[in-house]
Design a protein around this ligand. Structure first.
Ligand code: SAM
Length: 375
């Protein structure tokens, strides 16, 4: 037994009760050809849930039915990345929810229909031979920005694009004693990883998952201890170029890029495409002629005061007569195998506010608010 514990150090972190539950449920489910279902879920799934900590665990395997949450450490890819790493990165990005409740959700091809429509409209308003300054705000992993940039280059060879988001990195904090926390740059905590478990710390765990609950309570208590010791001041971490890790007491911090490998490669190969950190509530100094804000100015994310602040930032950032594309992909109305409709509007900056140039499948939920703006 001693040898087994050394080979599987995570066993040490589980108390006896949890270990008993684990063994019972595994034995129970493995023994039953047709596991007992309570409320639609196998018994084991009700007591515990394992995480996906390694690439090979993304494939179906003996415990795959027990595994749910991907470790955000899997967002880290090799250079050049393998197709498997990229596929896992994209899967994680689809479901990654920030501590604010805002999702990172994006995926390649998500906005390609919009790109076609918008590019045709931009040709009516701007000289294709001249430089065109475009900004894509709240771009998540920037893959849809990279795709839009490439398609725009066909019509506007001198296009320059800045893709931005508030978070371009997560921060991994690995404890010397074992276990890893995943934080947002602003300090919000998202996960605690202790293979084979990946615990979501950004929202409560189901009360049925008693093993996960017990481990989670310990992880949260340890986090509070580290905070009280002053070891979690993430704002003071200064990752200078080339610096991989920063040690603080018993914690080693490393960054995990949230930018899609293809968007990163494009930014490195073409200086006309840049990726920057920027908040949609701040005025951009780049004097863009076009700003796109997709799937961020949602009434479910922000109240009217905050949305007004964002809309004002767009108005102040845009060059004279600049164009703003704003909208939301209505995921709940997505037809099977098809793309979700987009409720969005293309608007033009006037001297005092905005005017509508075009509505997409339906108007943007913030169109009326934008039209009521008086500067
Ligand atoms: C649903 S994603 C939108 C991704 C992409 N625009 C799309 O439509 O596929 C929302 C993004 O907004 C970003 N975000 C949240 N608050 C923000 C802020 N204040 N400024 C900039 N980006 C923000 C999140 O990090 C997240 O990546």
């Amino acid at each position: 037994m001693k040898r087994e514990v050394t080979e599987f150090p995570w066993l040490k972190s589980i108390n006896r009760l949890s270990l008993l539950c684990l063994l019972c449920t595994l034995l129970f489910d493995l023994k039953c050809a047709d596991p007992l279902h309570l409320g639609g879920a196998p018994v084991s799934e009700i007591m515990l849930r394992l995480g996906i900590c390694r690439l090979d665990q993304c494939e179906s395997g003996i415990f795959s039915w027990l595994r749910r949450n991907h470790s955000y450490q899997l967002l880290r890819v090799s250079l050049p990345p393998s197709s498997r790493e990229v596929a896992v990165f994209e899967t994680i990005m689809l479901n990654l929810r920030l501590s604010t409740g805002i999702f990172r959700t994006t995926l390649p091809g998500r906005l390609e229909d919009l790109d076609r429509l918008v590019n045709a409209l931009l040709l009516e308003h701007f000289d294709p031979a001249a430089a065109l300054r475009v900004e894509d705000w709240a771009a998540s992993d920037c893959i849809t920005s990279a795709e839009w940039f490439k398609s725009l280059q066909g019509s506007f060879p001198k296009v320059q694009m800045v893709a931005s988001d508030l978070d371009l990195y997560l921060i991994e904090g690995s404890l010397r004693e074992g276990g890893t926390y995943i934080f947002e740059g602003g300090g919000g905590v998202l996960q605690y990883i202790r293979p084979p478990f990946v615990l979501d710390l950004s929202r409560p765990e189901s009360s049925y998952l008693i093993v996960n609950q017990a481990l989670r309570a310990r992880a949260v208590a340890r986090l509070e201890q580290l905070r009280a010791q002053g070891n979690l001041d993430l704002a003071s971490l200064n990752f200078r170029p080339g610096m991989e890790a920063i040690e603080r007491g018993a914690i080693t911090f490393r960054r995990i890029a949230l930018v899609h490998p293809s968007a990163q490669a494009l930014a490195q190969s073409d200086p006309a495409f840049r990726i920057e950190r920027h908040s949609v509530f701040d005025v951009s100094s780049g004097q863009p002629q076009v700003i796109r804000t997709m799937n961020i100015f949602n009434t479910s994310y922000f109240d009217v005061a905050r949305l007004t602040q964002g809309i004002t930032a767009v108005w102040k950032s845009l060059a004279s007569s600049g164009i703003w594309i704003v909208g939301r992909s209505i995921m709940e109305a997505r037809p099977p195998g098809g793309k979700p409709p987009i409720h969005g509007s293309v608007m033009r900056k006037t001297g005092v506010g905005f005017e509508v140039l075009k509505q997409l499948d339906a108007k943007s939920e913030v169109e009326d608010l934008a039209l009521s703006l008086r500067m």
